[in-house]
Write a protein that binds this ligand. Structure first.
Ligand code: UDX
Length: 429
């Protein structure tokens, strides 16, 4: 079976190298020529753990992977994965521009192709999108019929940034939403060597499974943050609470790390889109709305704690350590640091920022007026307060904080040890 992957972000590339590494012939289709060139040179166009080595071996050694800007190359394959980005639109809801374009472009190629072809959607889309938007566009552009000449499936990805390839190769489950049995059977062949549950469902169910997974993770974090905020008021360390409740297998310790809130390209956006979809379906999701609200306010608690310790922020200088939404990535999409920095500037403070990997991306989204520093020690120099917002290993060096006021938003430091050397405050402990 030959495979094409349209859209080469985290999901597309992890899918492409995962399948190419398993011996399938894969072509990556992307309309960005610079990305395509890099892949064809055997280099990863984004930073992602392990991706560079796998692309190098698949392109140069095994010759199972190549990239192209030409959609026509889809015609030589049997399955096309749609992995383009989906965005929240400025007026709420989902921006379908990229996915609609991909469906049309694929349809135009399939119009001239003889034989059966499956289109599998990996992009995260709201329940109903594949049936109401993607299939009609594909059918119109190709002149072919879903379930007859074209197979359709939704095969969501549950990957985490920084572990994308590993998550693809070692999934917890494989979900295949199928238009009909033949579509699902064709996609399932690709996963026959994976020994995890394979769940075959309707298309809309598969779309909802992806949203529900991310909404649950988001809810778990906001729950931890809410209890953590109560703990803070009562002088209790939430991490002691989390450890004890986490032993209950019905609860589990994972995703109970209270802190500055969740960011990234998925949890905030998917939660927002699920709230929007529910509203359109005539249901107001109160719990999900609260999950969002807790998360929106959570980073700002760092600022409130600082004001409580050092007073008004006008004219003060604050060090912000960590700009990426989590460690081991350069991704700053929806990062809590952005909200903290905007609030600090609004209150008249100056900001000295440092991140080991995300500074270039941060420069594109953060206000111009902050000072970027070459390392953590430089960022901390001559500041009134240090805020830790991403749990990079290099921020664990306690000697950095001697005599400083430190607000830890990610439990990077051990509170007892930190209190011995600095004026240390945890966000939820
Ligand atoms: C997430 C999901 O984990 C993944 O299954 C889905 O496919 C895509 O979205 P990712 O965005 O890569 O993956 O990040 P993740 O590691 O889940 O962290 C998301 C955010 O939550 C980060 O900002 C992180 O700091 C925060 N987080 C995570 C917490 O605040 N507390 C936790 O306990 C866990």
């Amino acid at each position: 079976m030959r495979i094409s992957v349209v859209g080469n972000g985290y999901v597309g590339l992890a899918t492409a190298v995962g399948l190419a590494g398993n011996g399938y012939q894969v072509v990556c289709i992307d309309n960005n020529p610079a990305k395509v060139d890099l892949i064809n040179q055997g280099k990863a166009p984004i930073y992602e753990n392990g991706l560079d080595d796998l692309i190098t071996s698949c392109v140069n050694k095994h010759k199972t992977l190549r990239a192209s800007t030409d959609y026509k190359d889809i015609a030589d394959t049997d399955i096309t994965f749609i992995c383009v980005g989906t965005y929240s639109s400025s007026c709420g809801g989902t921006d379908f521009t990229q996915i609609a374009q991909a469906a049309e472009d694929i349809g135009v190629v399939l119009a001239k192709k003889n034989g059966y072809h499956v289109v599998a959607v990996k992009s995260t889309v709201a329940p109903g999108t594949t049936e109401q938007v993607i299939i009609p566009l594909l059918e119109k552009a190709s002149g072919k019929k879903a379930g007859v000449d074209i197979g359709i499936a939704v095969n969501p990805e549950f990957l985490e940034e920084g572990k994308a390839v590993d998550c693809f190769l070692n999934p917890t489950r494989i979900v295949i939403g199928e238009y009909d049995k033949k579509s699902g059977d064709t996609v399932e062949i690709l996963y026959r060597d994976f020994s995890v549950p394979i769940i075959r469902t309707s298309i809309a169910t598969a779309e909802m499974i992806k949203y529900a997974s991310n909404a649950f993770l988001a809810a778990k974090i906001s729950f931890a943050n809410e209890i953590g905020n109560i703990c803070k008021k009562m002088g209790i360390d939430f991490y002691d609470v989390a450890q004890a409740i986490g032993y209950d297998p019905r609860i589990g310790r994972k995703f109970l790390n209270a802190g500055a809130g969740f960011g990234g390209s998925c949890l905030p956006k998917d939660l927002e889109m699920l709230i929007d979809s529910a509203g359109k379906a005539g249901y107001e999701p109160r719990l999900l709305g609260s999950v969002r609200d807790v998360n929106r306010d959570q980073p700002l608690l760092m600022v409130a704690i600082a004001e409580g310790i050092i007073g008004g922020l006008q004219g003060k200088t604050i060090a912000v350590l960590g700009l990426a939404f989590k460690p081991h990535t350069d991704d700053v999409r929806d990062t809590p640091s952005l909200r903290v920095i905007a609030s600090l500037l609004e209150k008249g403070a100056s900001v000295r920022a440092y991140d080991p990997m995300a500074m270039d991306n941060a420069r594109e989204v953060l206000p111009q007026s902050i000072t970027y520093c070459g390392n953590a020690a430089q960022a901390i120099e001559d500041t009134d307060c240090v805020m830790i917002l991403t749990e990079w290993d290099e921020f664990k060096r306690e000697s950095l904080y001697n005599g400083r006021v430190v607000i830890d938003g990610r439990r990077v430091l051990d509170p007892a040890r930190a209190r011995a050397i600095c004026d240390y405050h945890g966000i939820c402990w």
